[in-house]
Design a binder for this molecule. Structure first.
Ligand code: SF4
Length: 486
C-alpha cells in the first residue's frame, strides 16, 4: 500500500494515475501505507513550488504562479503537482514511460492546445516532448495523427453525430468491462428494441428543435449483430428516417460468429457504409482463453463474405498483449490482417479493468498465463506501427486508457479516404454526440469554436431493464442539457 501525504488531496486520484505509470495497479491511500510519498506545496514570491520526497529522494518543481480563472488555476496546479511527482518517480525507478507524465485519455489535445496558442505543428510536437517528457516517437505519432485529421476534425456547424448502443453479446470476453450483457435466452431483446425505437422517435423532435442535422451515425455495443437481423434493420430504418442524410453509417459487426449473409445484406441495403469485423487475434487458443466463441477461420470467412457483398470500408480490431500471447503470436495476427487488407485497423493494447473477468483470473493465476512483459507489449505496438504504415495504413486517431499494458495506446490506422469521422469527432471531442440505448452517454458541445468549450453530458442508465422502463426520462435528461441555452 502506498501512502500519499499531500498538501493537495483534491488531486489524489490523478496522483494515483502517475504512480500507476511506474508501479502498475497498486493500492493507494491518503491515510496509511508502507511506502510514503510526501508532498509539500508553497505559494510564495510569485512562485508555486511542489516538493515530493520518498525513500530518501526528493524532487522539487517551481513555476510562476497563475492567478487566472479558477478552472485554469486548477488545471495548472494539477499539471504541476503531477509533473513533480513524475520527476521523483523517474529518478527512483529509472523508468521512462512512453507517454511521459501524461495520464489522460486524449494526448492529442495537448498538441492541438499548443497549435491553438500559435505554434506550428513541428513546434507543438517538440513542445509535447519537452513539457511532458513524452518519448519522441510518441510525439511524432501525435503529429502524424494531426496531419491525417486535417479537414476531418471539425464537423460542420449545426451538426451532430449519433451513437446507438446494442448492449448484447453472444458470450462475454474475459477482458470486457462494457455494460453489455450476454444475450442469454434473448427475452430482453424485443423490449429493448421497442424502447430504443421510442427513444429514437422522441429524439427526432429534439434534434429538430435544436436545429442540428446528423453527420455520422455509429451503432456499437455490445455486438449489434448479436440481435436478429430484422431488429437491427428496424433500428437503422427508424434512425435514418428520424435523422436523414448522414454521410457515414458504421455498424460494429464485431463478433464473426454473429454475422451471416442475411444480416450483412440488410445492413448493406440500409446504406451502412462501414462495418467492423473484429478478429482481436488469429490464434485459436487465445480466442478460447479469452472467451470468444469463434475461430480465426470464421473471422476470415465473415470478412470475405462482407467483401463479396460489396462492403468497401471494413475495419478490423486487434489486441496486443492478450493473455498468453508472445510477440510471435501477435506478429502472426498482424500478418493475417495485412494479407486480408481491411480498410482500417484498430490496434488496441490490452487494458485489464477491475470490472473484467480477466482481472479476477489473473489475480488467481498470478502470471500463470505468461503475460507478456512491458517491453514485449511495447515491441508488439511498435511492430504494428511499422508494418501497417509500411503497407499504406496511416494513424488517424488515438486514445489511452487506464490499466493498459505497458502504458501504451490504442491507435486507429486507415487507408487514404477511409478514416472514420465518428471516431475522430468522438475521440477528439469536436462533435456533439447524441447517444441512445442503455449505458450510452450523450455529450453536447457548447461554443465548440471558442477556448471555453463547454461539454455537457447526459448519461442513460446502464442497466438494460431499467433503461427499458425509464426511456422517457432518458430523453428528458437529454432535452434538459441540449436545449438549456436555447
Ligand atoms: S464483444 Fe466486445 S462488448 Fe462483447 S463481450 Fe466482447 S469485449 Fe465485451
Amino acid at each position: 500500500m502506498i501512502w500519499i501525504r499531500t498538501d493537495e488531496p483534491r488531486f489524489f486520484s490523478d496522483l494515483g494515475d502517475v504512480l500507476r505509470l511506474f508501479y502498475g495497479d497498486v493500492a493507494m491511500s491518503l491515510e496509511a501505507g508502507d511506502v510514503v510519498f510526501e508532498h509539500r506545496f508553497t505559494d510564495a514570491d510569485g512562485l508555486w513550488t511542489d516538493t515530493w520526497t520518498s525513500q530518501g529522494r526528493q524532487a522539487t518543481l517551481s513555476q510562476p504562479a497563475c492567478d487566472g480563472a479558477p478552472l485554469l488555476v486548477k488545471r495548472l496546479r494539477k499539471r504541476q503537482v503531477k509533473q513533480a511527482l513524475y520527476n521523483l518517480l523517474k529518478d527512483l525507478t529509472g523508468m521512462q514511460p512512453p507517454w511521459g507524465s501524461l495520464t489522460g485519455i486524449r494526448p492529442t489535445r495537448l498538441l492541438y492546445e499548443a497549435m491553438e496558442a500559435g505554434m506550428t505543428l513541428e513546434a507543438a510536437v517538440d513542445h509535447v516532448t519537452r513539457a511532458f517528457d513524452v518519448a519522441p516517437d510518441r510525439a511524432a505519432l501525435l503529429g502524424e495523427i494531426a496531419q491525417m485529421q486535417e479537414g476531418l476534425r471539425e464537423p460542420p456547424e449545426d451538426s451532430f453525430d449519433l451513437y446507438i448502443g446494442i448492449p448484447f453479446c453472444k458470450t462475454r470476453c474475459s477482458y470486457c468491462s462494457f455494460s453489455s450483457g450476454e444475450i442469454g435466452d434473448g427475452r430482453l431483446v424485443e423490449p429493448y428494441v421497442e424502447a430504443l425505437l421510442r427513444e429514437i422517435g422522441q429524439c427526432k423532435g429534439l434534434m429538430q428543435e435544436a436545429g442540428v442535422r446528423l453527420r455520422a451515425g455509429y451503432v456499437g455495443g455490445g455486438t449489434p449483430t448479436a440481435i436478429p437481423g430484422e431488429d437491427l434493420e428496424r433500428i437503422l430504418a427508424a434512425a435514418q428516417e428520424a435523422f436523414p442524410e448522414a454521410v457515414e453509417w458504421t455498424v460494429e459487426a464485431g463478433r464473426p460468429d454473429t454475422i451471416d449473409e442475411d444480416k450483412l445484406r440488410r445492413l448493406r441495403d440500409r446504406g451502412v457504409s462501414r462495418i467492423s469485423v473484429n478478429p482481436q487475434t488469429f490464434n485459436d487458443d487465445t480466442l478460447r482463453r479469452i472467451g470468444r466463441a469463434h475461430t480465426g477461420a470464421e473471422t476470415i470467412a465473415a470478412y470475405e463474405l462482407a467483401r463479396r457483398l460489396g462492403f468497401d470500408d471494413i475495419n478490423m480490431d486487434i489486441i496486443a498483449a492478450l493473455p498468453g500471447e508472445g510477440v510471435e503470436d501477435f506478429a502472426h495476427t498482424l500478418d493475417v490482417v495485412r494479407e486480408l487488407a481491411p480498410d482500417s485497423v484498430t490496434v488496441h493494447s490490452l487494458a485489464i479493468k477491475r470490472s473484467s473477468r480477466l482481472h479476477e483470473q489473473l489475480a488467481v493465476a498470478g502470471n500463470g498465463y505468461g503475460q507478456v512483459s512491458r517491453e514485449g507489449a511495447a515491441e508488439m505496438i511498435a511492430m504494428a506501427r511499422s508494418r501497417l504504415t509500411a503497407d499504406g495504413w496511416r494513424p488517424y486517431y488515438l486514445y489511452r486508457q487506464k490499466y493498459m499494458a505497458g502504458n501504451l495506446e490504442n491507435v486507429g490506422y486507415a487507408k487514404p479516404g477511409k478514416a472514420c469521422l465518428y471516431n475522430i469527432g468522438n475521440m477528439e471531442e469536436t462533435a456533439s454526440v447524441l447517444a441512445l440505448g442503455a449505458g450510452a452517454i450523450t455529450k453536447w458541445l457548447f461554443d465548440p469554436k471558442c477556448r471555453d468549450l463547454r461539454i455537457e453530458r447526459a448519461p442513460n442508465v446502464r442497466n438494460i431493464e431499467e433503461y427499458i422502463h425509464r426511456v422517457d426520462e432518458m430523453v428528458r435528461r437529454k432535452r434538459d442539457v441540449i436545449l438549456r441555452d436555447l
